[in-house]
Design a protein around this ligand. Structure first.
Ligand code: SF4
Length: 254
């Protein structure tokens, strides 16, 4: 783990958490908006929502159809608008003395803070961890598709682990101060180098410790005179799990 952090840190400028980018309620709403869409689209939807409604109470009071139109650039608006209102209603009910103030999550024991957020309508471990990590700098690791893919390829996760379990496995293997850089570095690496379809292993600093590279990429390098079909057949001794969990299609690496 230290090697991964060292090398990716060098490539991605050693990211550190310094301050909240948003308060926790806003982070929660933004994270719902970001589900199954790009950062650009979710940011646009979030900006429109904040410009349209001056308070969270106003979001709650808005007709759902209207909210759907406001956040439409974020995609899946018909799902996300009622989800946002349901979550905000629960938060409102739980924060009567200081409406929508979730600052108590910054000091609650971490497991309790995760449990509190996870009990909200439609909030899973990834969203809970995003709120805790980005709004408070707490050592909760969000595992998105990039983190999961890169960690799996590096062999940091058992082959059978699912993304929910991966939160605990990876988080337990990190020191608290490593959680934020690990999250940011693996996302950037997944986006920029370790692509789902064609990982750019040729420019990756982790080939010597990457299980996927050793078991799939290096073995599938086509020897001179060997046909593509034969080379593919010669690849891993037990390719089924790799193909199912990691290849995401059988395209060759860049
Ligand atoms: S060596 Fe290739 S598969 Fe492994 S982490 Fe790097 S880019 Fe991803």
């Amino acid at each position: 783990m230290a090697v991964v952090l060292d090398r990716l840190g060098e490539r991605y400028d050693h990211p550190t958490w310094s301050a909240p980018r948003l308060d926790a309620a806003a982070e929660l709403v933004l994270t719902i908006l970001s589900q199954n869409t790009s950062d650009i689209n979710s940011a646009r939807a979030f900006e429109r929502l904040r410009a349209s409604y001056p308070t969270w109470d106003a979001v709650l009071a808005a007709p759902t159809d209207e909210l759907v139109e406001v956040i439409r650039p974020g995609g899946l608006a018909n799902v996300k608008a009622p989800r946002i209102q349901a979550v905000l209603a629960e938060v409102r009910e739980a924060t009567v003395d200081a409406p929508f103030d979730l600052s108590f999550l910054g000091t609650l024991p971490l497991a309790e803070a995760k449990g509190w957020l996870g009990a909200l309508h439609g909030i899973g471990p990834k969203t809970a961890a995003i709120v805790l990590l980005f709004a408070f700098g707490r050592p909760a690791l969000p595992v998105d598709t990039h983190v999961f893919r890169v960690a799996s390829r590096l062999g940091l996760l058992p082959l059978k682990s699912d993304v929910v379990r991966a939160h605990d496995i990876l988080e337990e293997s990190l020191q608290p101060a490593e959680v934020y850089p690990f999250h940011v570095e693996l996302i950037r690496h997944g986006r920029e180098v370790c692509h789902a379809q064609r990982p750019a292993c040729g420019i990756c600093p982790l080939t010597d410790i990457c299980v996927y590279y050793r078991e799939v990429v290096a073995r599938s390098s086509r020897p001179a005179g060997v046909s593509g079909a034969r080379a593919v057949r010669a690849v891993p001794s037990d390719p089924a799990d790799w193909r199912r969990k990691l290849l995401h299609g059988a395209l060759p690496p860049e």
